[in-house]
Design a protein around this ligand. Structure first.
Ligand code: UD1
Length: 373
């Protein structure tokens, strides 16, 4: 096979929701450097300026070839619109392979459409498991992995998770974490002091993000959380960029703006990571934030009973907390009673995108050779 054979490959990426964008950018860049033709499809699962457009600008992502504008809805409605929109888009695009990211509804829908129309599926961030079937993301991950032809994993335990589900080792590659590539690339642009000044924050703050259905959809749970946050706000100022999903629930559960509790709009990538870097502690239920705080060295309290990212606990700054423990644990962290390990997880080194590009090209070369034999 000629060395520049991959020049004629065409790969399509499907992204749709905020956490996809940071994962895709390094792979798009690395494949572009290897002259692979690419298209980016945006499903429009996230559509607000602050949930989507600002990330494309911060990360320098290419303009999508199409935005399907599927928007919000129940899981069934949203997934149905995603599936029918993506079928049309992929039928006309006809790439050699489809790359999907993470665990959002757009990921699952794209994987299902691709496998049904005979396109190979490459899943970035395969094999993470919370073993919690009440999380929509857990279902999305498992099904996506079941139909993926190449599984690129961020963390070694993902290999065992996939093997236990019967996925062949020959289709799994440990490449590291492309979200961390994005973080490392942008390190020089993070500026906690500038964001502090812009938002008028105190010298010390806790960054809070909460949006998971398990935390905000039940009124009782939302009220318990608001109570715990009010207690923590007696220790230091909270800054809470409110995801649209949590806004109404948390506000109707009694969350109120004050000097101690600063409620701000969803932040751009650069502002958000700057806030996490400058924070004394981060309180979250997000997946990606557990990874980012691990690399930033900021203590992270994850208000969930489980995590699909155990490496952020074994190597990073993360710990799982019950809502009842939040105040006491935050107090301990602020008193430095809890010291956090700061070991870099393996291959979270800023070059995972290059390894992904290599694996994607080898996969396409093998597929082409297989087809021509
Ligand atoms: C989705 C992902 C979740 C991820 C999160 C990151 C799924 C199942 N969940 O959750 O894994 O952690 O993104 O943000 O895919 N909304 C807006 N503007 C937007 C987008 C959403 O106002 O641009 C509001 C709508 O009221 C919508 C709600 O947020 O109904 C939920 O949006 P949706 O995309 O269904 O899920 P997320 O909670 O954002």
């Amino acid at each position: 096979m000629p060395k520049d054979r991959h020049h004629s490959f065409h790969v399509t990426h499907v992204v749709g929701a905020r956490p996809n964008f940071m994962k895709a950018a390094p792979i798009v860049d690395a494949l572009a450097a290897r002259s692979v033709a690419q298209s980016l499809i945006h499903t429009g699962q996230h559509y607000d300026e602050l949930m989507s457009d600002v990330f494309f600008r911060d990360l320098g992502l290419p303009e999508p070839v199409v935005n399907l504008a599927v928007g919000s809805g129940t899981h069934a409605q949203q997934t149905a619109s995603l599936i029918s929109g993506l079928e049309g888009a992929l039928e006309s695009d006809r790439p050699d392979a489809l790359v999907v990211y993470g665990d959002v509804n757009s990921t699952l829908a794209a994987a299902i459409v691709a496998v049904k129309i005979g396109l190979p599926v490459i899943h970035v961030e395969a094999g993470l498991r919370s073993f919690d079937e009440t999380m929509p993301e857990e279902i999305n991950r498992r099904i996506t992995d079941q139909v993926s032809n190449l599984m690129l994993v961020t963390s070694p335990e993902a290999i065992g998770n996939l093997a236990r589900e019967g996925r062949p080792i020959s289709k799994i590659r440990f490449v590291g974490n492309t979200m961390i590539d994005t973080l490392e690339k942008n390190r020089p642009r993070f500026d906690p002091k500038a964001v502090q000044a812009e938002l008028g924050l105190n010298d010390e703050w806790a960054l809070v993000t909460l949006h998971r259905p398990a935390n905000v959809d039940s009124r009782k749970r939302a009220s318990e959380l608001v109570e715990a946050l009010n207690d923590v706000s007696g220790l230091l100022q909270l800054v809470i960029p409110l995801h649209p999903r949590g806004r109404e629930a948390l506000v109707s559960a009694g969350l109120r703006e004050s000097d101690a509790v600063r409620i701000v709009p969803p932040q751009s990538y650069l502002s958000f990571v700057s806030l996490a870097l400058g924070a004394r502690v981060v309180i979250t239920d997000s997946g990606g934030v557990q990874e980012e705080t691990t690399m930033l060295g900021t203590p992270c309290l994850t208000v969930r009973p489980n995590t699909e990212r155990p490496i952020t606990i074994s190597h990073g700054t993360n710990r799982l907390v019950e809502v009842e423990e939040l105040f006491a644990t935050a107090s301990d962290v602020l008193a430095n009673a809890i010291t956090v390990p700061a070991r870099r997880p393996p291959l979270w080194d800023g070059t995972a995108g290059l390894r992904c590009a290599d694996e994607i090209i080898s996969f396409l070369e093998d597929s082409t050779e297989g087809a021509s034999r």
